[in-house]
Design a protein around this ligand. Structure first.
Ligand SMILES: Nc1ncnc2c1ncn2[C@@H]1O[C@H](COP(=O)(O)OP(=O)(O)O)[C@@H](O)[C@H]1O
Ligand SMILES: [Mg+2]
Length: 279
């Protein structure tokens, strides 16, 4: 089943910008899906359609195979299923303390106080922020703010988590911690959709990739299928992962071939090289 699906979704902003042009996107249940595209491609615009913050100018958004209902009740329902984490935590965090921030969503759907407390502790535990309950969010580091934003969404127990550039602006360790958490949540069954332009980390986690450029999906497939088409990726102002670029140069400039398509990750590269040496 596809937990999110868009059929020919287009979006034109009031100033006339056509940000999305007939987007057909599917998020299969239980997978990690990456929406890969350069700045201005339309990633954030598409994500704002997934929980009804934006409405398509034309086309349909389906959640759990049901067309989105934009009345108050419909939106409330959809927002409990689809948790959206904004790119900038400052757009998301607003309460005076970390605890209040995470509790806001659950309190808003009228859960019992004990249940809210349970959810807040559970979410803090998940994101590794126990002990920060009383801190004002604006005193936290970028990575910590990001984890608190994720906790706020987790406390709503969504089926699907949609994250807009979850690792942008973080240092390597912060980015690694976020990706580790997302992979863990996915192993527990959550469908995860991530917008990014980080071509080096996409192959490490994504089951499926949509490449987007100028408001259009230009390619979809496994990470290998996406990056085997170097021309399309480069035309979209993206690049190959560094590892693949190295193997491309070895192949083209030194006639050193390690198999038909280039490895995309350090692990894959290591395996190809050791295989070749052992032969
Ligand atoms: N509120 C808005 N009004 C008009 N144009 C917008 C607005 N938000 C985004 N855009 C334009 O829509 C296009 C897609 O933007 P966006 O979805 O933010 O891309 P991305 O998230 O991939 O960087 C860009 O050309 C951007 O300038
Ligand atoms: Mg964006």
């Amino acid at each position: 089943m596809n937990v999110i699906e868009t059929i020919d979704v287009s979006h034109q902003y009031p100033d006339g910008t056509l940000a999305l042009n007939k987007i057909n996107f599917k998020a299969p249940e239980g997978k990690i899906i990456a929406l890969l595209g350069p700045n201005g491609a339309g990633k954030s615009t598409l994500f704002l359609h997934f929980n009804g913050i934006l409405k398509p100018t034309s086309g349909t958004v389906l959640v759990d195979n049901t067309p989105m209902n934009y009345d108050k009740k419909g939106l409330l329902q959809v927002r409990q299923k689809v948790g959206l984490v904004f790119q900038n935590p400052d757009d998301q965090l607003f309460a005076p303390t970390v605890r209040d921030d995470i509790a806001f969503g659950p309190l808003n759907i009228d859960l019992e106080v004990d249940e809210v407390k349970r959810r807040v502790s559970e979410a803090l535990e998940k994101v590794g922020m126990v002990g920060y309950e009383n801190k004002p969010p604006h005193h936290l580091s970028g990575g910590q703010k990001k984890r608190v934003s994720i906790a706020g969404v987790l406390a709503m127990r969504p089926e699907i988590m949609v994250l807009d550039e979850p690792t942008s602006g973080l240092d390597p360790k912060g980015a690694f911690q976020i990706m580790k958490l997302l992979i863990e949540l996915n192993r527990e069954g959550m469908t995860i959709v991530i917008a990014t332009h980080d071509v080096d980390i996409v192959p490490i986690y994504a089951h499926k990739v949509y490449a987007i450029s100028k408001g259009e999906i230009i390619k979809e497939g496994s990470p290998q299928e996406i990056f085997d088409d170097a021309q399309t990726i480069r035309d979209a102002n993206l690049r190959l992962p560094h590892i693949a670029h190295l193997f491309e140069r070895l192949h083209k400039e030194d006639q050193l071939s390690f198999g038909k398509s280039y490895p995309l990750t350090v692990n894959e590269a290591k395996n190809r090289i050791t295989e070749k040496i052992k032969k």
